[in-house]
Design a binder for this molecule. Sequence first.
Ligand code: PEP
Ligand code: MG
Length: 898
Amino acid sequence: KTRVYRFGNKVADGNSKMKNLLGGKGANLAEMSAIGIPVPPGFTITTEVCTEYNLLGEVAVIDMIRDEVEASITNIETLMGTRFGDKDNPLLVSVRSGARVSMPGMMDTVLNLGLNDEVVLGLAKKTNNEQFAWDSYRRFIQMYGGVVLGMKPASKDDIDPFEEIMENLKGKRGIQLDTEFTVQDLKDLVYDFKEAVKKQTGHSFPTNPWEQLWGAIIAVFNSWNGDRAVYYRNMNGYPADWGTAVNVQAMVYGNMGNSSATGVCFTRDAGTGENVFNGEYLINAQGEDVVAGVRTPQQITVLGSKRWAELAQISEEDRKENYPSLEEVMPGLFKELDGYQQKLEKHYRDMQDMEFTIQEGKLWILQTRNGKRTGAGMVKIAMDLLNEGLIDEKEALLRIEPNKLDELLHPVFDPKALKRAHVIAQGLPASPGAATGKIVFFADEAAKFKNSILVRIETSPEDLEGMHIAKGILTARGGMTSHAAVVARGMGKCCISGAGALKINYKARTLTVDGHEYHEGDWISLNGSTGNIIEGKVETVEPELSGEFAEIMKLSDKYAKMKVRTNADTPKDAKIARTFGAEGIGLTRTEHMFFEVDRIKAMREMILADTVKGRKQALQDLLPMQRSDFEGIFEAMEGLPVTIRLLDPPLHEFVPHQLATQKELAEEMHISLQAVKNKVAELEEFNPMLGHRGCRLGNTYPEITEMQTRAIIEAALNLKERGIICKPEIMVPLVGTVDEFIAQECIIRETANAIFEERNDKVEYSVGTMIEVPRAALLADKIAEHADFFSFGTNDLTQMTFGYSRDDAGKFLPIYIQKGILKVDPFEVLDQEGVGQLVQLGTERGRSIKPNLKVGICGEHGGEPSSVEFCYNTGMNYVSCSPYRVPIARLVSAQATI
Ligand code: PEP
Ligand code: MG
């Protein structure tokens, strides 16, 4: 079995299809090398070795790969003409993680490996650059110390132990920047760093390059199980047994003087999707300098540079003088880079995110991967690639991540409110969207307020969880490719980076701009599309959807076979859903119409009535309200089917539980307070979710079903008179036995017939049932003899199949998920293994009686991608979901057919 794969000099053992074995990075390096892109030579230790390491431990694994690793280092030595550990002509290497999917910054990296007190002298002599050699050495000790030897800050308020030594020296020397250190300063730093290591760890810093290499390889394996990586894996549902590969590669340097540089670039705009090559670079710098945001990075292209200068309000003269683009500074190398980016995008047929280094006039590509992008970027890039002929329609659809569409549907700032807004500063529009919230300065405090904006000098992978919780992210440092920017775009979270005007004081928890001080808890708003930072809270409105979005939806409809309806309780929701492409309503929860103030009174009178006569009187008052609601909904959904569900929740939800409201009600109804109290007590249930609800209400109080049927049928007749066609589907909830359904159906049909006679007119309607009690799924064939349609209520079906109360599951489900007892929340993602069996069986048994039985789903799962796919595979006619999920369901419905 091969455990180590080599690449370099336009050949490679692996290729891009071997992501599972070589990790994304390793597979891409192999592929790039094979297609003639200049990557520094190196080798990849497979992800399987990581798993072996987790099982067998360090000693056994090193034994297993020692020969292969040693031979592969020799191969790099030959290709680079250098020698590992040689004090005259040293080879230095980088050691990086690389899982099968990109996990930016979640795992560890060590650069400049192979340096020691002797090698550093050789490096200085060879490059004729003492400054560079000693700077590399101090960076190496710093990184290796942190990653391999565990030299970390003691707590979050503490400064990194190496940073502290550097800050002290800067103070002593009266300098500000790392670049101002003299050679002697760097030598002193190296000495002090090594002393600090010895003091904190009890061991000397390792001087043998081989010992360094094995230490780094093991540290990268360990970082797969580090806190950050585990959190990221859990957030994205990546299993622990994937493991990470380790990539060892010859170092090339962007910091060997002014003919050297390093940068990050994208073949298209990751924010908007626009087809423009863009990115950032720094002359005489190492990769991490661009991302860490210590220096202001410059743009790769002239176009990008000019756009950047405009945002930063920098004059053209100033720009040319101080921030020129790579295209202007190194035109020949820019052209070469431009050639590679075009070649790579064509090769991978997707937007690439690349890292490059120029070492003394020679360009090296360090990495390429499919770039992370915003939801808007994703849609535009997919449509553009389709129109450019790089991918076909099916591929374009598959390029859309369903959940990311969500970002496009979310609110933006109200243009009217924006006019009044006070912009306090501007940063880079790192990730679009609108966010408004209260300032927090620490990632682990992001949950302190319901809506928070995380304000940091810069972010680091440690901040991931807080970035996830915060509504938006604002950093004072860092460019468009900084950690904050890249991670935020991946999360679809609004982010502004590099707002240099902000002075952030973590200790005092203040943010100062132009002499004005803002504190923790103050409201601010971020416009991630323009980079504007706005004082206070700004109202938001619904977004306008782009042309590309509409095109993707049109394409979805071309391929989709299953329909998408919406769950809507009001004409307003129905209208929104229709603009998102809903093809009808799959569920109107009629009880939601009773919660309004003036209605709840009538409802309460109905519930408190002692006699049938009293109840009928109260229902008479409710009738016109329901009828007009239904008219509104039918009108909004003109011509499309509308499923209306009869009253479902337990009655006690409607009665007043507070003394003051009880008194008020007693007065209004001219009954005693005690009578009200008695009724409330009488309705009390131990387990309301399994109590007197659903069709059990309609069967014990048939007047309710009568009134609701009347409202539905009369509304339909009224619209018919106005020439509007509607197709009501009356749905009976929580049926468990066929007789429960038959009893309700009788009332519905009798009522409808009576109205048809009264009005001497007719409308078509159907009567169906929800399948949400396991018994109904089991007896679906019996029920199908009577019901016109089925709609799976997977919320209740999940509750009753698992035996988890919907109202109480919040107490233990998070712990179950944390402990891995459940992989996901079954109320969010349909449990295909268990609940899914009932759905499948219910559908089959129903259709064994009525082969054309219309079957749908209206539980919350109807808008969750994996569940929608399952519904398609089960043969459902439609899924129904909340209005904002409709586009997602349409897309998945199409993807499921591909
Ligand atoms: C269901 O149970 O899945 C359903 C749609 O009904 P409700 O959530 O109103 O109980
Ligand atoms: Mg239900």
